[in-house]
Design a protein around this ligand. Structure first.
Ligand code: SF4
Length: 356
C-alpha cells in the first residue's frame, strides 16, 4: 500500500537557475602554476580542501593531491570533523559549507562562491517549512542534507542519499510517520521501499529532474549489456529502469565492482572523473537528458557546482573572504539532527546497505 501524501498545496514557483559559469580555460602551464600556488596557500593558512564529486576535475585533483578529500556530502561532513586544520575550504554548494561549519564551529569555513546554492535548498524556505512542520506535530521531520541551516534546525533527522533508506527503515520500526523534505523523488523512492507513511515536500533537483525515461529506454536498447546507475533524485520512471539506485559513492562503487564493461549513468556529469580514475577500462555513457521539454539546464551539470573553480578558490585563499557564518542559536539546534545521522552511520554501517 502506498502511504505517501504529496503536498501539492506546497508546489512553489520554479527556482531561478543561474546560467552555467564560463570560466576562462587555462593552459596546462597556467593550471599547474595555479595549483602550485593554491597548495602553498593551503599550507600557509593551515587549510584543507573538501570537494564534492560534482565539482570540476581540477578541484578534485587538487583536493586529493593536497591531503584533502573528494567525496559525497555524508563523507564530506565526516571528513571535516576529523581534520586538525584550522580552516576547511569547501568546494561544493552552500549547504555543504554550512554543514561543515555546524559540525566544526571552532574552524573557519571558506567557500569559493557563497552564491553556489542548490535548487532543493532554494525550494524549501525555512519560514514556510517551519509553518508546515508546526501543522503536523505528530510526524518525525526528516530533511535531506540539501537544506539550509535553519531548515535543519527545525528537523529531527538530517539524511544524505547514502543513508536515507536505513534511517527511515529504523524510524519505521519505531512506528514513526515521516514528514520528508525537500526532494520529492528521493522521498517517493524511500517511501516505496519502506512502506512508511510519509508527507512529501515537493522540491526537486534541477539536474536530476532532467533525465528522460523514454530516451533512457532507447539508449538501453542500444547498449543492452550496460548496467543502468541512477541517483535517487531522478524521476520515478528513470529510477524504475535502474540496476543500481544509490548515492554518488554507491554509483562509483558499482562501476568499480560490477562485472559489466559499460554503464549508463544518471547523475551529474562531474562524477565521471572519479569513475574514470577508479575504473579506466569501463565504458561510461551519460544518461539522456535531451528530448521533449529539454532546456538549457539539460546538460547534467549543476550550475551551482560549476561556480567552483581554480580561479575563485585561489582568490578566496588569498583574501579569506566568503566565510560561512551561522547564527549560534541555529547552529546549536541544527547540529543535533546532523550528529544523529553521523552517529547512526557509525553504528549501522550504512554503506553496506542499499544506499537509496
Ligand atoms: S546537483 Fe541538484 S541536488 Fe546537487 S547541488 Fe546541484 S541542484 Fe542541488
Amino acid at each position: 500500500m502506498n502511504n505517501s501524501v504529496s503536498l501539492e498545496v506546497l508546489t512553489r514557483p520554479p527556482v531561478q537557475v543561474p546560467p552555467h559559469p564560463q570560466w576562462p580555460v587555462l593552459t596546462e602551464a597556467e593550471l599547474n602554476a595555479a595549483k602550485a600556488r593554491i597548495k602553498q596557500l593551503l599550507e600557509s593558512r593551515d587549510a584543507v580542501l573538501v570537494a564534492h564529486y560534482y565539482t570540476n576535475p581540477d578541484l578534485q585533483e587538487l583536493a586529493e593531491e593536497s591531503g584533502g578529500c573528494v567525496a559525497d556530502s555524508l563523507e564530506m561532513a565526516r571528513f571535516g570533523t576529523i581534520q586538525k586544520a584550522k580552516t576547511l575550504v569547501v568546494c561544493g554548494v552552500r549547504f555543504m559549507g554550512e554543514t561543515a561549519k555546524i559540525l566544526n564551529p571552532e574552524k573557519q569555513v571558506l567557500m569559493p562562491d557563497l552564491n553556489a546554492t542548490c535548487s532543493l535548498d532554494e525550494g524549501c524556505p525555512a519560514k514556510e517549512f517551519t509553518e508546515f512542520c508546526d501543522l503536523h506535530p505528530d510526524y518525525t521531520v526528516v530533511v535531506y542534507a540539501n537544506t539550509s541551516a535553519e531548515v535543519k534546525a527545525r528537523s529531527d533527522w538530517v539524511v544524505t542519499s547514502g543513508i536515507a533508506l536505513p534511517i527511515v527503515k529504523y524510524l519505521a520500526q519505531r512506528g514513526e510517520k515521516i514528514l520528508w523534505a525537500p526532494d520529492k523523488h528521493l522521498g517517493r523512492y524511500v517511501q516505496k521501499l519502506t512502506g512508511v507513511e510519509m508527507l512529501l515536500w515537493q522540491g526537486s533537483c534541477v539536474v536530476h529532474e532532467e533525465f528522460k525515461a523514454v530516451a533512457l529506454e532507447r539508449i538501453r536498447k542500444l547498449h543492452p549489456e550496460a548496467a543502468v546507475l541512477v541517483h535517487p533524485e531522478s524521476p520515478e520512471a528513470v529510477i524504475g529502469q535502474a540496476d543500481v539506485v544509490g548515492s554518488t559513492t554507491a554509483l562509483i562503487k558499482a562501476v568499480q565492482n560490477m562485472e559489466n564493461k559499460s554503464f549508463i549513468v544518471a547523475t551529474d556529469g562531474g562524477i565521471f572523473h572519479k569513475m574514470k580514475q577508479l575504473a579506466p577500462d569501463k565504458l561510461l555513457i551519460e544518461a539522456p537528458t535531451a528530448g521533449e521539454g529539454a532546456t538549457c539546464q539539460s546538460c547534467a551539470h549543476c550550475p551551482w557546482m560549476g561556480m567552483n573553480a581554480v580561479q575563485n578558490l585561489e582568490q578566496v585563499l588569498r583574501s579569506g573572504e566568503n566565510e560561512i557564518i551561522i547564527d549560534p542559536e541555529i547552529r546549536e539546534k541544527a547540529v543535533i539532527p546532523i550528529q544523529r545521522m553521523l552517529d547512526f552511520a557509525r553504528t549501522h554501517q550504512s554503506d553496506k546497505s542499499n544506499p537509496g
